[in-house]
Structures are given as structure tokens and as C-alpha cells.
Design a protein around this ligand. Structure first.
Ligand code: F0G
Length: 357
């Protein structure tokens, strides 16, 4: 890249000095990170605070997973790995497959059969992953992936691999950089609980480095049918339309609980109906189309505002984790009045159909 270029270089090049990774690690990147922070007049009005959306669907494969995957794949390659494995509800596998293609190593994904959004499955397939469908849920897939990595020459890149959280913590750095300090509250959807743990690590490191003066309250939102962190116990049969967070036994349970406890935050849940409603409102109010799981944090903010919570004078960042195009079947399922106007190639007819004439 030319020295005068101001193009974003990906999280390893931008933040390498703040990542705890082995010296001499090569860089496998797709230019991830540097995602938009978009102010939301709508959510600011509803909550009384100043609300921004951290739009992680703008990453190369359409979700926040790319931040962690660039680091995990780079370190795996540096350590000589020839194959990588992950369990996934879809986005991790899409991301891993893309970075493995770039690294020229073999991607192996284990996913719960019939529970992966079509767009995500397409990504894994097109990037050349070997996709193994498991008759079980995500938690079963993760247990199997761990065992495969224990017994066979394949590196595990789920968020139990600490390199993933190293990469994902950079989202906090970007937020602190943008706001000039940490926000007062950080809201995000929570499934396997790696992301909330990574954000918290990033905020703690920003404070220790003198980049910020405070730590945000961490608020994780789960789907009602898959809310082990709210219940305080694993859920054997998690169920939600938000397939990305259909997880009953989060791997980063302790880290996530520590983040909530130490920040004065907590976990709560929202129903599938609240998630879908938030997804649709966000799309047609703010122009931000996210997948269902990604709308859980927005749904949570709306729920608490309806319960009377106020955030006057506070800065709130809501991470929306993945792009809406990944799961168009679920997004369109909420539309009963489907627009289906067919006209001849006649401008006047089109104008009449549009109510212009
Ligand atoms: N949002 C989206 C879009 C996700 O894909 C995930 C997790 C989460 C939120 C929850 O993040 O697990 O760090 O608490 N997806 C994983 C996957 C499990 O396999 O793609 P978390």
C-alpha cells in the first residue's frame, strides 16, 4: 500500500501493538474492522440518551466474527496449522471459511442441521469449507469440535481460542477512538458470550492505557428461548428464530458474567416477536438492515424504554452484529401484506399504481 494511503488496513495492522499475539505472526486479512458508528436519532429519542449503532455487518463476511478470525487464522498459520475447525450457528463458519481460503488451509465446519440461515451456509460452501451437519444443536457441535481438535491435526478457532477475543476486542478500541472516551452503556446480543467478553477486555485495556476515563455498563441480551445467562443455568434445548444466538451453554460463561458483574450490568432476554419487530423498525427507521440475532440489543433497549428506563445525558453504543442479507427468509416472514403490483411497460399505469396520479 502506498504510504499516503488512508485506506483502513484491518485490525492486525491497525491495532497489532495492542494485540497479545505471538511475535512473527503473519497477517491474514480481508481488511476487517473500521466499521461504521452510526448515530440513531430514533433510539436517542426513545431512550433520552445519545445512541450509536456499531454496524458490524459491514465487515468483509458480514459479521463481527471477522475481527477475531483474522487473528485466529493468522496465529494458526504462524503455528503451522494445515486445517481449522469450528462449530457454528452460521457466522463463525462463514468467516472461518473465507479466512481459511485466503490462508490456503482446509476449513471444516460443524453446524446444527437445519438451523443455519441460507446466506451463511452459502458463504461456507462457496468459500470451500467442508460442511458437516450435525443432528444436534450448537452446543453439541462445539463439544465435537473441541474433541476433534484434541484428537486430530486441526486447530480450533471458536471463541474458546483466546486469539478470537484478541481480535474482537478491537471494536471497543474503535468506539473509544470515535467517542473520545468509553460510552456509559454498551448493549449487545449474547449467545456463546465471546463477544461481550472481548468488548469488556477492550474497554478495560483502553482504561488502563489512558485512552478512556471510565468503563461502560455491559448489557447483554439473549433470546427468551435461549437465555441461559438470564436463567443462571444451561438450557438443554434452546429455541429461537434468531438462529445465530440459539445457544444453551455459552463457552465464555464465566468471562461474560464477570463483565456484567464488574460493570454493574446484567443479562436479560427478549422474545422472538420483540426481536423481529426491532429488526424491522431498525431497517425502516434508520436504514440499517441486520439479521434477527443482531436486533436483540435494540429490542432490549426498546423494552426497557417501554418499562420506563431513561438514559438522559448518557452515551449508549449498541452493537448490531451481522448483516440482514444473511437471513432474508426470516426477515421477509414478518411481511403479511406483500407488495405485488405488476404493470405493463406504461408510465401512467405505474404512476397510478404508486398513487402518484
Ligand atoms: N450476533 C450474531 C450475528 C452472531 O452470529 C453471534 C454468534 C452473536 C450475535 C453472539 O455472539 O456468541 O460472542 O455471544 N454467533 C456464533 C456463530 C455462535 O457460530 O456464528 P457471542
Amino acid at each position: 500500500m502506498s504510504p499516503q494511503s488512508r485506506q483502513w488496513r484491518g485490525v492486525i495492522e491497525e491495532y497489532g501493538h495492542r494485540l497479545d499475539i505471538p511475535a512473527g505472526t503473519p497477517t491474514i486479512t480481508l481488511g476487517e474492522g473500521g466499521t461504521p458508528i452510526v448515530s440513531s436519532a430514533w433510539l436517542s429519542e426513545v431512550t433520552g440518551g445519545q445512541v450509536w449503532l456499531k454496524v458490524e455487518g459491514s465487515n468483509p463476511t458480514g459479521s463481527f466474527k471477522d475481527r477475531g478470525m483474522t487473528v485466529a487464522l493468522s496465529v494458526a498459520v504462524g503455528q503451522g496449522a494445515e486445517a481449522v475447525v469450528c462449530a457454528s450457528t452460521g457466522n463463525t463458519s462463514a468467516s472461518m471459511a473465507a479466512y481459511a481460503a485466503r490462508a490456503k488451509i482446509k476449513p471444516l465446519v460443524l453446524v446444527p442441521q437445519g438451523k443455519i440461515a441460507a446466506g451463511k451456509l452459502a458463504q461456507a460452501i462457496v468459500h470451500g469449507a467442508q460442511v458437516i451437519m450435525v443432528r444436534g444443536n450448537f452446543d453439541d457441535c462445539l463439544a465435537m469440535s473441541r474433541e476433534l481438535a484434541d484428537k486430530y491435526p486441526v486447530a480450533l478457532v471458536n471463541s474458546v481460542n483466546p486469539m478470537r477475543l484478541q481480535g474482537q476486542k478491537t471494536a471497543s478500541f474503535e468506539i473509544v477512538d470515535y467517542l473520545g472516551d468509553a460510552p456509559d452503556v454498551h448493549v449487545l446480543p449474547t449467545g456463546n458470550a465471546g463477544n461481550i467478553s472481548a468488548y469488556w477486555m477492550g474497554y478495560e485495556e483502553s482504561l488502563a492505557a489512558g485512552e478512556s476515563t471510565k468503563l461502560p455498563v455491559m448489557r447483554g441480551w439473549q433470546a427468551a428461548g435461549a437465555a441461559p445467562l438470564v436463567k443462571g443455568a444451561p438450557i438443554p434445548d434452546p429455541e429461537t428464530i434468531a438462529s445465530a444466538i440459539r445457544i444453551g451453554n455459552p463457552a465464555s460463561w464465566d468471562l461474560a458474567m464477570a463483565a456484567a458483574d464488574h460493570s454493574g450490568g446484567k443479562f436479560r432476554s427478549v422474545s422472538d416477536e420483540q426481536i423481529l419487530s426491532a429488526q424491522r423498525q431498525l431497517a425502516n427507521t434508520e436504514g440499517v438492515f441486520v439479521e434477527p440475532a443482531s436486533a436483540a440489543g435494540v429490542a432490549g433497549l426498546l423494552l426497557e424504554a417501554a418499562e420506563g428506563a431513561r438514559y438522559d445525558g448518557e452515551k449508549i453504543v449498541v452493537t448490531v452484529t451481522g448483516h440482514g442479507l444473511k437471513d432474508i427468509d426470516t426477515a421477509l416472514s414478518t411481511f403479511t401484506e406483500v407488495v405485488d403490483t405488476v404493470v405493463n411497460t406504461d408510465v401512467d399505469e405505474a404512476a397510478r399504481a404508486a398513487g402518484l396520479a
